[in-house]
Write a new protein. Structure first.
Length: 596
């Protein structure tokens, strides 16, 4: 906009009063008007600028300047001439301006047109601008579109846009410009949305319409955007999702989940569709969980309620997918179910008991290596925000999952080992109490006597009996539970003498921590008693006997002065009378030597 379009003027009427003999810099007006006919455009421009300084007193030159508006060969000078007339309050300006504005061939320079269109607001009132826009649009639609392309940010933009919106057919470029201008137009939200939807098939690129809806914002605009991107199948819909991400999680992600869940429920999905639909739902849940109320688990917050509803639809869809015919599909379902049930760095765990329950059910029913491998590998991923100590039902499911496969199943040991590794990871991250879990696992082991996984469970529990950190930091009750579980498991038929010997070759009297550092003798008694009272010959190996010899004899000596010594001696006497035939003489010798 040229600097001369600065003040308004009245319309029609005679000339305003002016001083006929006015001067500027000591020179009369006539000396400046000579420059208006100079061949050099720069000199003509200077003359116009100087005459403009006269203000209303420059009116005697108005005829010459009006002629310049119509006939000067320089576009810039034509616009500046109009500005000079406006500045000197020439009553002919409104009519002249309307005339040249409506003339498509008046100017050739785009910049000059922008200056001219930008000056319309200095010449006309809002009502007159509407009239001008309506007149031009009705007489020459193409020219109205052209003016609109140069009207961004001007006072003529809105009148032109409103009139062009009433036309059934405008160019694609104009349509795009109208959409871009919608946020600035004095229209209701419903009117703006309705306009975009009524023209949704005319856009050369859907992103134009979607961008316009995003600029409007709100739930209604998002619903309109969903109407535009909605498709008959999942893949094209997913491909268009990035176009509506600007609405934000509070508006749209849950509705996207609804749409994707609808696709997910369709029968006969291909692997490619599955690979796109379900991760896309997970991505939308990540968007929803970006809300602080969701991350902080504010149960009474509407945002959290929205997340729960959307998450349940996701889990239900995954549970159905887990029953599909293709192993790769079931493996994906298992992986995503575990991500949902364990939580991720970007979203809270979703109903762990139910969600992981589906996974544990799959461990029982599944026979394909790719699925079982996926589950056991994913289970060792550190959980996020899931405390088994607060969820005893889930802890019990975890323990029973060790025995998901029958003892004679080819995957019995592998599945059991995978679940035990997962439990170990959860221990490291303090997601449940060791004593609690060992009790649960021991109960399951007793119920599954002879199961191949029991050998692995024994290794897992006995490793704790040698771990100083565990023995020193846990309560005596938990240490006793761990030790008792290990001792009971030693009797299982799945454990051979070689297995027992291997353990006692590592757990010599000096590093069997439950014997040397536990807060009481209860732990070592709980560990050794089931084996010592057994008549099983697998406890007669050399390494085993060496450990028993120390425990049943020299340990009595080491307990001198300890309040637990009488209880310990009483236990050794029991072994001497009722224990394994190879241990009775060892116990008798220990009592005779150290219990006098």
């Amino acid at each position: 906009m040229t600097a001369l379009f600065l003040v308004g003027c009245g319309e029609g009427g005679g000339l305003p009063d002016y001083e006929k003999n006015a001067t500027y810099n000591g020179r009369p007006l006539s000396e400046y008007t000579e420059g208006l006919s100079d061949l050099n455009p720069q000199r003509r421009l200077k003359a116009l600028m100087d005459i403009g300084k006269f203000g209303v007193n420059g009116l005697p030159a108005r005829k010459q300047i009006q002629k310049m508006v119509r006939e000067d060969e320089d576009d810039k000078l034509r616009v500046v001439a109009l500005g000079a007339l406006l500045y000197m309050k020439d009553p002919a300006v409104p009519g002249l301006f309307a005339e040249v504005l409506a003339e498509p061939d008046f100017l050739s320079s785009p910049r000059a047109w922008r200056d001219l269109v930008g000056g319309a607001g200095d010449v006309f009132s809002d009502e007159e601008l509407q009239k001008q826009a309506k007149s031009i649009a009705s007489k020459n639609l193409e020219h109205a579109e052209f003016l609109f392309s140069h009207a961004s940010g001007s006072k003529l933009e809105t009148p032109l846009a409103l009139n062009l919106m009433k036309r059934k057919k405008v160019s694609a470029d104009t349509l795009q410009r109208i959409v871009s201008a919608l946020p600035r137009l004095d229209l209701s939200e419903d009117e703006k949305i309705a306009y975009i939807l009524s023209n949704k098939d005319k856009f050369t690129n859907q992103s134009i319409a979607l961008s316009g809806l995003q600029s409007i914002g709100g739930e209604k605009a998002f619903d309109a955007a969903m109407e535009i991107v909605r498709a008959d199948s999942a893949v094209p819909f997913i491909n268009r999702l990035t176009a509506i991400t600007g609405f934000g999680p509070s508006v749209g992600a849950s509705k996207v989940v609804d749409e994707l869940a609808r696709f997910a429920a369709e029968p006969g999905l291909s692997d490619a569709q599955v690979q796109q639909i379900f991760p896309s739902i997970g991505a939308q849940l990540n968007v929803i969980s970006g809300n602080a109320a969701v991350r902080q688990r504010k149960l009474d917050d509407p945002a959290y309620a929205t997340y729960v509803v959307a998450a349940k639809k996701y889990v239900d869809a995954l549970a159905s997918l887990a029953e599909g015919p293709a192993p790769t599909t079931r493996a994906l379902a298992a992986s995503l179910l575990m991500q949902a049930g364990l939580g991720t760095g970007t979203r809270p765990a979703i109903d762990p008991e139910t969600t992981l329950g589906y996974v544990f059910d799959m461990l029982e029913s599944e026979g394909e290596e790719v699925v079982l491998g996926t589950i056991t590998q994913q289970l060792v991923r550190p959980p996020t925000g899931v405390l088994l100590s607060d969820n005893p039902a889930l802890a019990k499911k975890f323990a029973s999952a060790i025995y998901a496969k029958d003892a004679d199943n080819q995957w019995a040991y592998a599945v059991g080992e995978g679940v035990i590794k997962a439990i170990d990871v959860w221990f490291v991250h303090s997601k449940f109490e060791r004593g609690q879990m060992v009790r649960l696992v021991t109960e399951q082991a007793k119920a599954n006597e002879g199961h191949p996984a029991n050998a692995r469970v024994f290794d897992w529990i006995t490793a704790m009996t040698r771990n100083q950190m565990i023995v020193r930091t846990l309560s005596n009750e938990d240490i006793v539970a761990i030790a008792g579980g290990a001792g009971t498991l030693a009797l299982d038929s799945a454990l051979t003498q070689a297995h027992i010997e291997k353990f006692f070759s590592m757990a010599n009297p000096g590093n069997l921590t439950i014997a040397t550092q536990a807060p009481s003798t209860d732990a070592i008694i709980a560990f050794i008693d089931p084996m010592a009272m057994s008549q099983d010959q697998k406890f007669t190996g050399r390494n085993t006997q060496l450990v028993f010899n120390s425990i049943l004899s020299t340990n009595i000596y080491y307990l001198r002065g300890n309040a637990d010594q009488p209880k310990y001696i009483a236990w050794v006497r029991k072994i001497a009378q009722e224990g394994h035939q190879t241990l009775r003489p060892i116990a008798v010798k220990g009592l005779n030597q150290y219990a006098k």
